[in-house]
Design a protein around this ligand. Structure first.
Ligand code: 3HC
Length: 317
């Protein structure tokens, strides 16, 4: 038995070393499966909870066109959640179980979705910064060693790219608008900047899963490296908008070409992750209510599917 496991482990290691894909039917170490379920579920939950801050503005979008775009974006996020729950299910954990873990607070979702959306400019800042950070983090996941997750990420990243552009376009419109609109854009940047750069997770020195998951080809870059790439890409965009990044210590390091940033308030980050952010209770409460309110829809869909399956079996007999 132990010899069998050794051979399976060896085969798994070979696939990982060759930068090949692990597929659902392949043998994998329990810890690899566990960390994938954790990360993919957390990602799926983030997509689903992430619909709330923007959903808040669907009825107040400033034009029909903006409303249609925002509706499409929010629907995309629901779709991302579905692909990701599907990917997690290939690892043997049913979606109901994952949702239970979210609703009971046993699984996390991204810290970024625990902040309020106070003005229309927040729709711009979320698309530009939050989806921008998501793309930076998620493009490397298209090369993740676990096949179903990697394939789900390809489509997700294409859609996130559209989301980022629509957000930047909102910011550009406001930045070229009246002084009041410009101030609104600056205020949104002021509130979303630090939470956005916290999205990448704790510094590498405090990352629990980082090293192992990089060895397994799940992560391709550390949290700090991705954060730096995001800052380097975003500072020139803020300049173009004529907006100021709310970090008095931000400066270009001529030698490396990187923007050096000021201290990040990790105490605040962990507080939000632990459930004490401005909107944690509201977000989870809304999610649980939506799930409970949708019970009859799931029951009706299941009853219909069972009836169809029974009819198909009878027809085939
Ligand atoms: N919010 C909440 N928890 C976070 C976090 C964040 N921004 N960053 C890290 N954490 C948690 C980790 O989950 C881990 O806790 P756990 O052991 O209970 O799961 C702990 O902090 C330590 O962090 P690590 O660095 O060890 O964790 P990871 O190696 O998993 O790295 C990550 C964290 C970079 C977020 C990684 O999990 C990842 O790349 N996940 C996939 C992408 C994802 O989930 N994105 C959500 C963003 S929002 C989104 O995609 C929606 C889009 O529409 C904008």
């Amino acid at each position: 038995m132990a010899a069998d496991t050794d051979a399976l482990q060896k085969r798994f290691d070979q696939l990982i070393d060759a930068d090949d894909r692990i597929e659902p039917r392949d043998w994998m170490p329990d810890e690899y499966r566990k960390t994938l379920v954790r990360q993919i579920a957390q990602h799926a939950h983030s997509e689903v909870i992430g619909m709330q801050p923007e959903g808040n503005w669907l009825t107040r979008a400033p034009s029909l066109r903006r409303k249609a775009i925002l509706t499409a974006k929010v629907q995309d996020e629901a779709g991302h959640g579905l692909y990701l729950y599907g990917a997690a299910e290939t690892l043997g954990t049913p979606r109901e179980e994952l949702l239970d873990r979210l609703h009971n607070g046993r699984q996390k979702y991204s810290s970024i979705f625990n902040y309020p959306t106070l003005t229309w400019a927040d729709m711009g800042a979320i698309g530009w910064l939050v989806d921008g950070a998501a793309i930076m983090n998620q493009v490397p996941l298209c090369r993740c060693s676990y096949g179903p997750y990697a394939r789900a990420m390809v489509r997700i990243c294409k859609e996130e790219s559209f989301h980022q552009r629509q957000g930047f376009q909102i910011m550009l419109t406001l930045a070229n608008g009246t002084p009041g609109q410009q101030a609104m854009a600056q205020d949104a940047l002021d509130r979303w900047w630090w939470p956005s750069i916290m999205m990448f997770g704790p510094p590498d020195s405090e990352s629990v899963h980082g090293d192992q998951n990089t060895r397994w080809g799940i992560k391709r870059f550390g949290n700090d490296e991705l954060r730096q790439k995001f800052i380097d890409a975003t500072v020139p965009q803020a300049d173009l908008l004529g907006l100021t990044i709310p970090d008095p210590d931000l400066r270009l390091d001529e030698e490396t070409g990187n923007y050096l940033h000021g201290p990040i308030d990790w105490g605040h980050f962990w507080d939000v992750v632990k459930g004490n952010g401005p909107c944690n209770r509201e977000r989870l409460g809304t999610r649980v209510d939506a799930h409970e309110g949708g019970t009859w829809v799931r029951q009706a869909a299941t009853a219909y599917a069972e009836k169809q399956a029974k009819r198909a079996t009878e027809a085939a007999a």
